[in-house]
Design a protein around this ligand. Structure first.
Ligand code: HEM
Ligand SMILES: *[C@@H]1O[C@H](CO)[C@@H](O)[C@H](O)[C@H]1NC(C)=O
Ligand SMILES: *[C@@H]1O[C@H](CO)[C@@H](O)[C@H](O)[C@H]1NC(C)=O
Ligand SMILES: *[C@@H]1O[C@H](CO)[C@@H](O)[C@H](O)[C@H]1NC(C)=O
Length: 439
């Protein structure tokens, strides 16, 4: 690492294009860099350069000069209609609404801009960014104010500089010390780093990992495949398999049902674990571990670990005591809550990956239908269990203890001691859990 960055510095120095710049990468792999050439710094006006980079799955990325949207000199980039380059749209902020296209800003999209390896890059020269309608910026300010924002969601694909853009999903402010951004006389300071990292990727001759792209971050070639696998496996587990396993134990009744449930749910949990592995890998590679989807995902998978434990404990105690026990309701309600959170988190994941609105709606509909079905099954099973006369639900019906003496003991205990207890259980039934009947 040390050695390669040394080589990089040497290569830059020998080309005589050492780009002095200030950079800021807020989140989501979005980065901004600003360069103020020496002549501009000394005269106070002239060309400045900036670079905007981020995942090409984003709807748009913006950078603005100013402290808030109102009166800010804003630059937005989004995929062009051909999908191989970005459209640079200079705009003027006028309050907390979509900034309006501003043709008085003298900006040029430079070489090195484009969309490749899943990254969109805009290398920009601005020739009059020291003043704009309603604002100004000292190009030597040690504490210059900038705002940034980007939007996840569908790709814009437009060449129109006044394309209609929806509100940001992430935004914030930052300051740049433009004294540190000063230097150089390149007519495209960010092209140097682009060209260098591209050629070093080319020289390495390795096809397993994509060549490093602009801004220093690169997406491994397998990223898209891993994301696809993650986005298929996790929803199948949370939206289909978990609810099916939960409904099965509510709806069906046959000997050994509990083991079908246990096996099915454990198998599904293994699917979840593997898709979590992929998720963690992606989050590390693309620095998205701080996103809600990543955090909630880890919490959900961690919380689910209690299920096999509480399930087994319920089962063991049930065999011994023949009635709901300390592990029963935790297993049922924790399971329902955590699986529901997992289903919701799938939607957050789709947002994070900048999926199409259609995709998000499709997921939402299927997830909502499955979840409602599950809740209906719970309510129906609850009603059915309440309508049955006390004592007839016969806890051990579906899973009788193997040995007959134990069965005796259980049915005795059920009839002799437990009836009052059971009554009180079903009397103030906890939520919508039917009297648990399987063990
Ligand atoms: C990751 C693993 C598991 C998950 C996510 C899970 C989840 C659930 C959920 C959500 C319910 C409530 C069904 C409803 O909505 O009404 C449930 C019920 C149940 N689970 Fe599991 N479970 C898992 C593993 C196990 C294991 C390993 C066992 C036993 C060996 C087990 C035994 C039971 C039993 C007996 C019930 C019914 C409780 C009753 O109503 O009496 N589960 N499980
Ligand atoms: C900013 O300049 C440094 C050298 O001063 C360089 O290593 C880095 O790649 C530059 N960043 C960009 C985005 O060009
Ligand atoms: C994107 O457009 C700019 C400005 O026209 C150009 O210099 C650059 O080469 C283009 N990039 C690609 C990949 O075509
Ligand atoms: C490597 O660079 C050369 C010259 O710049 C180019 O013609 C060639 O297509 C590149 N190869 C790859 C694999 O990018």
């Amino acid at each position: 690492m040390q050695f390669s960055s040394l080589l990089g510095a040497l290569a830059l120095a020998s080309c005589g294009v050492v780009a002095q710049n200030v950079t800021y990468c807020p989140s989501g792999n979005v980065c901004y860099a600003v360069n103020v050439p020496a002549t501009t710094a000394s005269s106070g006006s002239g060309d400045i350069y900036f670079q905007i980079t981020g995942p090409s799955t984003l709807s748009w990325i913006g950078l603005g000069q100013g402290t808030s949207m109102t009166g800010a000199n804003i630059f937005m980039i989004y995929a062009n209609s051909a999908g191989d380059n970005v459209t640079l749209s200079p705009r003027l902020g006028s309050g907390n609404r979509q900034p309006e296209s501003d043709t008085t800003t003298d900006v040029t999209l430079l070489g090195g801009s484009g969309i490749s390896n899943g990254v969109m890059t805009a290398n920009v020269r601005c020739s009059n960014c020291n003043t704009w309608t309603g604002g100004s910026m000292s190009l030597t300010d040690t504490n210059s104010n900038w705002i940034w924002a980007y939007k996840t969601g569908s790709v814009i694909s437009s060449d129109d500089v006044s394309a209609n853009l929806a509100q940001h999903s992430n935004y914030g402010e930052t300051t740049f010390n433009l004294q540190n951004a000063g230097g150089g006389s390149s007519s495209n300071p960010f092209l140097a780093t682009t060209a260098m990292s591209t050629s070093s990727g080319n020289n390495s001759g390795s096809s397993s990992s994509g060549s490093s792209s602009v801004g220093g971050d690169s997406m491994p070639a397998d990223y898209a495949n891993v994301r696809m696998a993650h986005a298929i496996l996790a929803p199948i587990a949370f939206v289909l398999f978990f609810p099916i396993g939960a409904m099965a134990i509510r709806l069906l009744s046959f000997p050994g049902l509990v083991w079908v449930h246990a096996g099915w749910m454990t198998f599904t949990y293994i699917i979840v674990l593997s898709s979590m592995g992929m998720g963690v890998w992606m989050a590390v590679v693309s620095k998205q571990l701080d996103q809600y989807h990543s955090i909630i995902g880890l919490v959900v998978v961690g919380c689910l670990l209690l299920q096999p434990i509480s399930g087994f404990t319920h089962h063991l105690l049930y065999k011994r005591e023949g009635r709901p026990n300390a592990a029963t309701y935790p297993h049922i309600f924790w399971g329902r809550a955590v699986i529901t959170l997992g289903i919701i988190n799938g939607g957050l994941g789709l947002q994070l990956s900048g999926n199409t609105v259609k995709g998000e709606i499709a997921y939402g509909v299927v997830a909502a239908v499955m979840w409602l079905l599950w809740m209906i099954v719970i309510v129906l099973a609850f009603i059915r269990s309440r309508n049955k006369p006390e004592g007839e639900t016969g806890e051990a019906v579906f899973e009788k203890p193997n040995d007959s003496t134990e069965r005796m003991r259980i049915s005795q205990s059920v009839h002799q001691q437990d009836s009052p207890l059971r009554l009180s259980f079903s009397g103030d039934n906890i939520g919508l859990a039917p009297k648990p009947t399987y063990g």
